[in-house]
Structure formats: structure tokens, C-alpha cells
Design a protein around this ligand. Structure first.
Ligand code: KG4
Ligand code: ZN
Length: 344
């Protein structure tokens, strides 16, 4: 039997995307429309603007992906879409599109957790990556260490007690006037700066539990910014984040018995300094290091189609009345952490 063909849709934040991926890891098409220009004047993603942009872009992107792949809906074996967590207006646009296509084509629907998309993305880019593995998931909304045991089986070892790492990059960019989105802008500025120029804290570094905290670092950036070159602040900030990520991940490695690899995924995994530091950490601990290519780290639909392919292979499909979920933890059994979830 030929490998199944999965159409994937992503719309949980500020990228609208559609992709077609096969069960044997061929990316037949992937299209993406960013909304940077629409949100830039506000210095962050405005949910209402995002939802409207998804409505305008979703149909042409799906049609474009099908045409790039030389396929029609009839050739697709299942339709997967992000069903959460994320900005609910946007999630609903993509999920309703997927429901309509699944219904019209009489194909199964697969409701994908966006975080599972990131978590499994490394298995799309690396056919040799088997379970279990230790995953550092670092994005704009999340900063977690997960022990990935299988499709749908995630044990959360740590999370952030305040901001996500990507959020800290975005806020630092805003403070330094580097523009939006912040991560790539901070990385570019950091390349021109001195990472030793500005003393900044490493919140929770050395603490027993492998949790993260970035709010204090952001406040320190705010205080330091007027007295230093933006490039030096950016470089010092990036070095502090990298230090925290490495220290916390090292702590989690001790709790990830049996892990075959250290994997990093999510938007912040596109950062070169983050990748290099984690590569060294993995080497020290005798672990393989796997990081998807940068375009697969930031939000995209190929990772959603692939998570759909993994779930389809496991016989996991969803009814057409499956809800969109603004919050959806990968490990519902994980304990709430002091400070986590307090902010919206
Ligand atoms: O995974 P993602 O695309 O969306 C979410 O699910 O949140 O992650 C977006 C986050 C943003 O905070 C962005 O600033 C950050 O990833 N990011 C980066 C880089 N590229 C994107 N952070 C640091 N360096 C980068 N090169
Ligand atoms: Zn994401």
C-alpha cells in the first residue's frame, strides 16, 4: 500500500499555512503566509487582526498546496489541522476549514495539538529519530522539557514559571527597538555585539527542578537598555538565555533515562547560538542531537501534516465536532507550577 497522503493546516498564531506530507516523510508541498506587516505597528500579534487574516489566506493556501503537489482533494487520505492551543479565533478558522474539507471529501479529520506538531517535527526531518527522546520545546508561547515516549505520550519534566523564551526574545526586541518579530532581529543584533558587555541574571540557573524563568531577565534588559549599545544588550541577553536553556536541559537529562537523543524544536530552536550550545551539551552527555531545519522550527503546516501522519498511522482520528481549544497541555497529568498559567 502506498504511504498515506496528509493535508495539514496551521493557523494558531500569526502564520497561515497549508502543507501536504506523506507517511514516508515526503513533503509534497508547503505554503505559508506570514502576517508580520499587519502586526508590526502594534509590536505584537493582535488576535482579531490575526483571525481576519487567516480567513482571507486559508483557502488560497490550501488550493496552492494541492496544486504545487499536483493533487486534488480526492488524492488526500486525511485532513489534519491544529485544534489548539493558540489564539482561539485563528485556531477556529483552520479547524473549520479542515472539517469542511474532511466532510466534503469524506476523509478522516485529525485534530492536532500544535505542541505535538513541534514535538514530532524532528521525526519528519530525521528518519532515524526513535522514541523515547528528551525534547526542549522553545517557542513564543511555551518553554518546556518533555520526555517523548511515543505519539500522544508526553511526560512534562519542566516548564516556565513565567514567560516563554520566545516571549523574552520578542520583549527584548521591543525594548531595544529592533522590530517585530523579535527573535530573528535579536539574533542579528547579537552577532554585532559583545556578550560580556552587560551583566544579566540567569534566573533559576542551578535550581534543583529543571524549570525556567525569564521575567527577571526581561526586567534586567529594561534597566540596562538605556546605558548600553543595543547590539551589546542583545548579545548579552542571548547569552543569558542560552545559559539558562543549557543549564535546565542538563538538569533534565538526568531525569530522562533511556532517551536516545536530545531534540530541540519550536521557533527559538531556529536560533544559531541555541542550536550550537545544545549540540555541545548533547555531545558531553553522549546523546545524539537533533534539530529540525529552521523553517520547520518556526510555525508551519508541514509539522502539522506530519503529526497528522503519525496519528493516522496509529489509528487516531477525530469526530467532526471536535472542539478548538485555547489551552491544551501535552501532558495533562503534569502538576501546575507556581507562577505558571497566572498570566493570560
Ligand atoms: O514556534 P513559533 O513559530 O510560534 C509559537 O508557537 O509560538 O515560535 C515563535 C517564537 C517567537 O517568539 C520568535 O521570536 C521566536 O520563536 N524565534 C526566535 C528565532 N526565530 C523565531 N527566537 C530566537 N532566535 C531566532 N532566530
Ligand atoms: Zn509554534
Amino acid at each position: 500500500m502506498p504511504a498515506p497522503i496528509i493535508l495539514g493546516i496551521e493557523s494558531s498564531c500569526d502564520e497561515t499555512a497549508a502543507a501536504i506530507v506523506t507517511g514516508d516523510r515526503r513533503i509534497l508541498a508547503h505554503r505559508l503566509a506570514g502576517q508580520e506587516a499587519a502586526h508590526a505597528p502594534f509590536g505584537g500579534v493582535v488576535p482579531e487582526i490575526a483571525a481576519r487574516a487567516h480567513v482571507e489566506m486559508i483557502q488560497p493556501l490550501v488550493a496552492g498546496a494541492l496544486s504545487d503537489a499536483g493533487l486534488t482533494l480526492d488524492d488526500v487520505d486525511a485532513v489534519a489541522a491544529t485544534a489548539g492551543p493558540g489564539l482561539i479565533g485563528g485556531v477556529m478558522v483552520g479547524l473549520v476549514m479542515a472539517k469542511a474539507l474532511a466532510h466534503a471529501g469524506a476523509r478522516p479529520l485529525i485534530a492536532v495539538n500544535h505542541l505535538e506538531g513541534h514535538a514530532l517535527s524532528a521525526r519528519l526531518s530525521d528518519p532515524d529519530l526513535g522514541f523515547p527522546y528528551l525534547l526542549l520545546l522553545v517557542s513564543g508561547g511555551h518553554c518546556q522539557l518533555l520526555f517523548v515516549e511515543g505519539v500522544g505520550r508526553y511526560r512534562r519534566l519542566a516548564t516556565t514559571i513565567d514567560d516563554a523564551a520566545g516571549e523574552a526574545f520578542d520583549k527584548t526586541a521591543k525594548i531595544l527597538g529592533l522590530g517585530f518579530p523579535g527573535g530573528p532581529a535579536v539574533e542579528r543584533a547579537a552577532a554585532l555585539g559583545d556578550a560580556a558587555a552587560v551583566p544579566l541574571p540567569r534566573p533559576l540557573k542551578g535550581s534543583a527542578e529543571p524549570h525556567f524563568s525569564f521575567a527577571g531577565l526581561k526586567s534586567a534588559v529594561l534597566r540596562a537598555a538605556p546605558n548600553h549599545r543595543a547590539e551589546d544588550v542583545a548579545a548579552s541577553f542571548q547569552a543569558a538565555v542560552v545559559d539558562c536553556l543549557v543549564d535546565r536541559t542538563a538538569r533534565a537529562i538526568g531525569r530522562a533515562n533511556g532517551a536516545t537523543a536530545l531534540v530541540v524544536a519550536g521557533g527559538v530552536a531556529a536560533n544559531g547560538a541555541v542550536r550550537t550550545a545544545l549540540q555541545s551539551l548533547a555531545t558531553v552527555h553522549g546523546l545524539r542531537f537533533v534539530a529540525p531545519p529552521s523553517w520547520l522550527c518556526t510555525d508551519n503546516a508541514a509539522m502539522i501534516a506530519w503529526a497528522g501522519a503519525e496519528r493516522f498511522a496509529a489509528g487516531l482520528t477525530d469526530p467532526l465536532d471536535v472542539p478548538a481549544r485555547p489551552r491544551w497541555p501535552l501532558d495533562p497529568a503534569a502538576e501546575a507550577v507556581r507562577g505558571a498559567g497566572v498570566k493570560a
